[in-house]
Design a binder for this molecule. Structure first.
Ligand SMILES: NC(=O)c1ccc[n+]([C@@H]2O[C@H](COP(=O)([O-])OP(=O)(O)OC[C@H]3O[C@@H](n4cnc5c(N)ncnc54)[C@H](OP(=O)(O)O)[C@@H]3O)[C@@H](O)[C@H]2O)c1
Length: 276
């Protein structure tokens, strides 16, 4: 598969989603956030992953406008937070998200976590936003297979993206297969395991042999597994380096070696063990 920074994945409804985007969780300083987002757009990124929880939707809107790049060339994701879930609440939360962004549509809107007793209604509201053409793609996040099955039971249109914690220590093979069977694209959050993987011996050995950094090897592993990847950095030089992953490819045996370090280890919470 020939890939570059503009490569997209075709979603179930034909919409094209960037395979590599910028995650902006914990970018709380507004100037720093805008600088990082602008650096990303200047480098050639065309996707930003935010959420109402992150408190920086406004800066996402500002950076997009300041970049001079047409809105429709940038793929923006946001998410409905846990305390805003339910049908009417989600519709209201979405209005606020658009207001923050100062935009009239969103590319992808996700249920942030499957809040027990609410996430199916939350998804029905997301589906309504899709029918009303206020979002281009309906999706979910942190959904295990059983959550997805519960959503399928009430949905007319299946979610087209599931954003889950995924990295070489938590490779999520079963859930990835289930998503693939159901035409749901998978996005990896904490793709670098928040830095924990950067001195993993298998990764550092491959990185050294390839003259790339551990982060670049990990990002490449995601891309070669057909996983959408959204590494976060506030540092412009890292934002740029994290996208410099298109001048090499991992061999099948290197991919298998990295697959082999899975240890079912999360950096965040298990969606089934959250006290919502
Ligand atoms: N749906 C969800 O529930 C959920 C949950 C968590 C995250 N997310 C999304 O996924 C995105 C990515 O996940 P994440 O932010 O948790 O973790 P991540 O991307 O795996 O790691 C980010 C951490 O790695 C550092 N880093 C980035 N590039 C680096 C490099 N080249 N070399 C060394 N260190 C590097 C960053 O520090 P600096 O910033 O200082 O460079 C930051 O501390 C988030 O920003 C958010 O958009 C979604």
């Amino acid at each position: 598969m020939e890939l570059n920074l503009q490569s997209t994945k075709t979603l179930a409804n034909g919409v094209e989603m960037s395979r590599l985007g910028l995650g902006v969780y914990k970018m709380t300083d507004p100037d720093e956030a805008i600088r990082a987002m602008m650096a990303a757009l200047k480098t050639g990124y065309r996707a930003i992953d935010t959420a109402s929880l992150y408190g920086n939707e406004q800066q996402v809107g500002e950076a997009v406008r300041a970049s001079g790049i047409p809105r429709e060339e940038i793929f923006i994701t946001s998410k409905v937070w846990n305390t805003d879930q339910g049908y009417d609440e989600t519709l209201r939360a979405f209005e606020k998200t658009l207001e923050n962004l100062k935009m009239d549509y969103l590319d992808l809107y996700l249920t942030h976590w499957p809040v027990v007793g609410k996430f199916a209604d939350t998804y029905r509201a997301i589906e309504r936003l899709y029918e009303e053409k206020l979002i281009r793609v309906p999706g979910v996040s942190n959904h295990h297979r059983h959550h997805l099955e519960e959503v399928f039971a009430v949905a007319n249109v299946k979610p087209m993206v599931n954003q889950i914690e995924l990295h070489p220590y938590l490779s999520q093979e079963e859930l990835r297969s289930f998503c693939q069977e159901n035409d749901i694209a998978v996005t990896a959050w904490s793709p670098l395991a928040r830095g924990r993987l950067l001195d993993e011996p298998v990764i550092t050995r491959i990185a050294e042999a390839r003259g790339k950094t551990p982060a670049q090897v990990i990002i490449r592993w995601h891309l070669q597994h057909d996983i959408i990847v959204i590494p976060k950095s506030v540092r412009p030089e890292r934002v740029k380096a994290n996208a410099d992953v298109f001048d090499f490819s991992l061999t099948d045996s290197e991919m298998e070696e990295i697959d082999g370090i899975n240890r079912f280890e999360r950096t965040g919470k298990d969606p089934d063990h959250i006290d919502f």
